[in-house]
Design a protein around this ligand. Structure first.
Ligand code: AMP
Length: 116
């Protein structure tokens, strides 16, 4: 597996490729998904190159808590007052395609459950 810093999201953090950035601070970055699955589809990523939830270390606790607060703030900013979904895919069976931790923030339409 490539080092997380080699993923497309690492390139976005380093501004080596463009992205439609909606939020940024010292710890995380949020940008619009290039292939949106809902009217609002934003990816929220840590700047630290973490692979996925399965590779979290105790020291990551604060940044993950911060990201959940920011997910809520971004959803409010996007006007998702009727509800939305935050999801992270882990590994092959989870459907993860980019091996840099990311939370999908999806909203703007009624989302079905369960996922496929
Ligand atoms: P996952 O399948 O959970 O790993 O999600 C990866 C997501 O990254 C997919 O929804 C892709 O559409 C999205 N994606 C891939 N490349 C880019 C990019 N350059 N800019 C924005 N989103 C991207």
């Amino acid at each position: 597996m490539n080092a997380p810093s080699d993923t497309i999201f690492g390139k976005i953090i380093r501004r080596e490729i463009p992205a439609n950035i909606v939020y940024e601070d010292d710890l995380c970055l949020a940008f619009r998904d290039v292939a949106p699955q809902a009217p609002v589809h934003i990816l929220l990523i840590p700047k630290k190159p973490i692979v996925n939830l399965s590779t979290l270390e105790p020291e990551d606790q604060a940044v993950l808590g911060h990201m959940m607060l920011m997910a809520s703030q971004i959803a409010a900013q996007e006007g998702l007052s009727n509800g939305y979904r935050v999801v992270t895919n882990i590994g092959e069976d989870g459907g993860q395609t980019v091996y840099h931790l990311h939370f999908h923030i999806l909203g703007g339409r009624a989302l079905s459950w369960p996922p496929g």
